[in-house]
Design a protein around this ligand. Sequence first.
Ligand code: SAM
Length: 279
Amino acid sequence: MPPTLYIVATPIGNLEDMTYRAVRILGEVDLIAAEDTRHSLKLLSHFGISRPMTSYFDHNQQFKGERILNALRQGKSVALISDAGTPCVSDPGYQLVRDAVAENITVIPIPGACAAMAALSASGLPTDTFTFAGFPPSRQGKRRSFLKEMAPLPGTLVLYEAPHRLEETLLDIREVMGERQIVVARELTKIYEELVRGSVSEVVESVSRGKVRGEVVILVAPGETMAQKCEPLADLLRQLMVNDKLSVKDAARKAANITGVSRNEAYGEALKLRTDLDL
Ligand code: SAM
């Protein structure tokens, strides 16, 4: 094998989600760097894999990263795995990949399970555009500021959260983003897998009744799009032009003042309405 750093996804609960390729690569590399070697040993022995291992976790990243890079520089192949899912996704690995890339070392992803993607795919929320934002800050003030920044983004928002913070985070989502549709995907691929769907208040009710336990992904439906925001403009213009019998120009000026959209936009919409309504 040429010196290569493999980023290998492992199951997030169900061992059947291990890919054939992951098993082969892990069985072939010179070294496996694991977030928690004892935890990963169980997975590796399940698949009959026995290769030299080293730990690579948040607090030894700098020191261990250098040793792993040294192994790669010496022509060895290394596979990085985390406790569950795809390394580097809210898990250690980014710095190692960045440093390997800087040294022109080949980095190859071995794709597989990822809680965020699994949850999004089954959520029923829009998937064409989404933001994965990892774990929200644990302190309420910072969490609310973080959610404020996320609120206007288009598409579905995908968050990881610790089960004991789920309820307070959902309450902050309601406070900052309003009563959006959300999905809480818990224990994905495991026996008690469940996707709880509803408005934030409905899901909070399930959570506070102690119904949602275990690992969770939170998905928040997008807020109003610009097009949706413009609907009240059309309604208002219709009222001004049909009921109040204002001219296109006057209706546009008044609607722009009321809604805050530009006069040009209101004028364009009013012209369209005049044609549509045959006024
Ligand atoms: N790298 C992992 C991945 O690819 O999904 C994520 C690691 S992150 C440290 C752990 C978080 O992922 C959990 O707190 C939870 O939010 C989410 N997660 C992991 N496994 C899950 C599962 N089976 N069901 C729901 N969420 C899960």
